[in-house]
Design a protein around this ligand. Structure first.
Ligand SMILES: NC(=O)c1ccc[n+]([C@@H]2O[C@H](COP(=O)([O-])OP(=O)(O)OC[C@H]3O[C@@H](n4cnc5c(N)ncnc54)[C@H](OP(=O)(O)O)[C@@H]3O)[C@@H](O)[C@H]2O)c1
Length: 345
């Protein structure tokens, strides 16, 4: 029996596997996590000293109200970790969904919940929209008005995570249903984002496109809110569906890869539990290595392919089965579906 230790940061998975010959050194892996990556606005990857990156800090310290319309998987992935880390106070949050089953987990964290979206839109300074794209029109309250307090602030920020829905469509649909009294020049400001569910473990990606009307405070909020979720950066809106295909959907393409790697291991006699854990760790290691060293994947692949060795035989088998073409087609298909979703009324 061999002891396999897969170490991530200071936590270690330790389990026994028969006839395994894989060893990962804790020190080697930890060194990969000693640097942090951020992506600057010009989209160049920049390696930063961890100390020079803004530390996660308390969000919305002036008592602002934060609303979520559509408290499903994606908005939970973004907001729950912030509440659990104490960065966002549940007392400031109101969430809507159609069922109590979905709302229960928000309530357990201390958030107010409702099935009436008007309560969210009318009382929140910042609203995160997380319904399915085809549900947007239905989700916007037939008419929504504002509390006296919000009239006095004259503005609110609306953040969409909806695949395919353009900023123009999003804002238009919100404004069409907004009742504005003549006495207040009320303004909506909108930001379109594309996150992925890796946010729930702090390894997410978020891209965003703000409207020109967005103010410095909104950008600061984006930084504080999305910063702790992983990589985030601004992109031109016309590329948003392609980013959605790459990483909003792309994280979903990784699970069949992990499962396939595990299936191969099971076929070769490794138990399922061990093979799944190791397959996931292998994927994580590859991603972290590429980010830490900022190298082309071909270069890293060459590093592990010795002439006449076993890895190059596996790589050749992948190529015979069109692995790269499969991913190109997957990103293309998801991008096109995002474009279609944006056309739905
Ligand atoms: N999941 C991802 O990986 C991912 C990644 C990037 C972007 N997105 C975007 O995130 C959005 C949500 O996706 P999801 O995967 O989180 O879906 P989801 O889990 O189904 O969440 C959607 C939520 O919207 C609620 N809802 C439906 N109709 C509503 C209405 N009229 N008013 C208020 N709430 C309503 C649902 O409530 P009930 O549960 O009570 O029915 C549900 O909780 C989509 O627009 C998607 O494009 C998702």
């Amino acid at each position: 029996m061999y002891l396999i230790t897969c170490a991530y940061w200071l936590n270690a998975y330790v389990f026994e596997a028969p006839e395994a010959d894989i060893w990962l050194g804790l020190g080697q892996i930890k060194s990969l996590f000693d640097s942090r990556w951020v992506v600057s606005n010009n989209q160049k990857f920049t390696k930063m000293n961890p100390n020079s990156v803004a530390e996660p800090k308390q969000i919305l310290t002036n008592g602002e109200r934060f609303g979520v319309v559509g408290g499903g998987n994606m908005t939970k992935a973004l907001v729950f970790p912030l509440i659990e880390k104490g960065l966002l106070s549940p007392e400031q949050i109101v969430v809507s969904a159609t069922t109590q089953a979905t709302l229960a987990s928000w309530r357990e964290l201390g958030c107010a919940t409702t099935t009436d979206n008007k309560l969210v839109t009318s009382t929140s300074d910042i609203v995160l929209w997380g319904v399915k794209p085809q549900m947007l029109s239905k989700a916007i309250p037939q008419s929504w008005n504002l509390t006296e307090e919000r009239y006095s602030k004259c503005s609110s920020l609306h953040i969409s995570v909806l695949a395919g829905i353009t900023l123009e469509t999003f804002k238009q649909r919100l404004q069409d249903k907004l009742e504005v009294l003549p006495r207040a020049p009320y303004k909506l400001r909108c930001i379109r984002t594309m996150p992925n569910i890796g946010a729930s473990v702090g390894s997410g990606c978020v891209v965003f496109t703000p409207e020109p009307e967005v103010i410095d405070e909104d950008r600061q909020f984006m930084h504080d809110f999305f910063g702790p979720t992983g990589l985030y950066f601004e992109v031109p809106e016309y590329q948003m569906n392609a980013y959605s295909g790459l990483m909003g959907c792309g994280i979903g393409f990784m699970f069949p890869v992990i499962e396939g790697l595990s299936d191969g291991a099971v076929k070769m006699g490794i138990p399922r539990a061990a093979s799944l854990k190791l397959a996931a760790q292998v994927m994580k290691g590859a991603g972290e290595l590429l980010l830490a060293e900022n190298r082309h994947p071909g270069e890293l692949k060459d590093r592990v392919c010795s002439p006449g060795g076993s890895t190059i035989c596996g790589v050749a088998a992948l190529e015979e089965n069109g692995v790269r073409n499969a991913f190109i087609k997957a990103v293309e298909a998801s991008t096109k579906r995002g474009e279609e979703l944006g056309q739905l009324k």
